[in-house]
Design a protein around this ligand. Structure first.
Ligand code: SF4
Ligand code: SF4
Length: 149
């Protein structure tokens, strides 16, 4: 493969570090799975997922309903940056940032390839494809543990 071939899409020719901010943002497949509440074991640091989704998650789209103010609205909302992709191994295996970080190809259902955001749900991926409970602030998260999506 000729990596300088201008006919190839940017995600096949650039590393995550080399992407522009716009390209970086477009890599997100919009699955919304990173908005599920996670619990971390105090002793082992192991992170486990729950089926409880952040109250700011829009379940019609799977997107954050107030993305610009997410850090203020939810102080524990973690921002994924280029520098932190490597350490964020708790992200879903399907997360496009992790897929590219592992040197793999984006799946056919990724909107950059399919051209349709709906292809994520159609492939059975993401918040819109699994049963979730919206966080009411008074849930016992341990009652909602799920396997890593
Ligand atoms: S898990 Fe990854 S691809 Fe999915 S919404 Fe979060 S950052 Fe985007
Ligand atoms: S504030 Fe928005 S981006 Fe952060 S966890 Fe909640 S829904 Fe997701």
């Amino acid at each position: 493969m000729n990596l300088s071939d201008p006919s190839l899409p940017f995600w096949e020719t650039k590393s995550l570090d080399e992407m522009t901010q716009k390209e970086w943002e477009s890599v997100c497949d919009g699955c919304g799975l990173c908005c599920l509440t996670k619990l971390q074991d105090d002793e082992t640091d192991e992170i486990v997922y729950t089926g409880v989704v952040c109250a700011y998650s829009d379940l019609a789209t799977g997107q954050c309903s107030d993305y610009a103010n997410r850090s203020t609205n939810v102080p524990t909302c973690v921002q994924l940056t280029k520098e932190r992709v490597a350490e964020f191994d708790w992200l879903p295996d399907t997360c496009a940032y992790r897929v590219l970080y592992r040197g793999q190809s984006l799946p056919n259902w990724h909107p950059l390839i399919s051209g349709k955001p709906q292809s994520v749900k159609a492939a059975g991926i993401g918040l819109l494809a699994i049963p979730v409970v919206v966080d009411t602030g008074n849930l016992d998260y341990e009652d909602f543990l799920i396997s890593k999506p």
